[in-house]
Design a protein around this ligand. Sequence first.
Ligand code: HEM
Length: 215
Amino acid sequence: MIVGFWIAATGLALVLFLTIHLGGVGMALVNPTGFERYATSLHQQAWLPWLEVALLAAGLGHPLLSLHRARANRQARGPAAGPLRSRRQGPSETLAALAAQLTPWSGSLLLLFLALHLAQLRWQRPADGAELAGVLAVLQAPWWLALYAVAGAAAGLHLLHGAESAVRRLGWLEPANAAVLRLVGRGLALLLGAGFALLPFALVLRSAGPLLAGG
Ligand code: HEM
């Protein structure tokens, strides 16, 4: 019970981070100067290291607790038991069921992506004013571009199942509000998944814009 609570709480904290992160990196597309100012000012904040420690705890705690719960569930249900299936019908339910089955895979891919992503853009931080150049240097390589897009899609898929699972686990999902909460969760999954999957391409195309126009 307490494990389920912490899986849900750390998951929702990570969703909050991802929403802010998409807003921050999305600024690089519409307002590059504002993006550089935002990145520089973020790194001058005394609270940033504390926030990063909390983020690290959530980022490591979430998969470790999930792994622990999956093992405990398997032992309790036995090897013959199959995955739980929803009785609701429709294309979005089929996608949600697929997302639920793929949760361990999408989560593992996100962990692998995060190790590479942090090594590229956080542990070796570009100089102030060169944040966008650092991002573009990474995204110029087709393999990295593809990995960023796949990781974005994996985040959306992971959330498609995770958002509903978290509110259910926290006891917030009730017959009266289930449809609204489900819609909000799926909308957020779509927004973050599509946003992180498409933004890398948009950034590369935008940086190539002057070249394509011959400027
Ligand atoms: C379009 C795709 C993305 C871009 C362009 C991007 C860009 C960046 C940049 C520039 C940083 C360094 C920030 C700084 O030092 O101030 C960063 C940090 C980070 N990114 Fe991303 N990111 C993307 C997608 C993702 C995704 C999908 C995740 C999670 C699955 C993620 C998780 C993180 C984390 C945890 C940090 C460290 C935050 C911190 O320590 O302050 N990013 N990202």
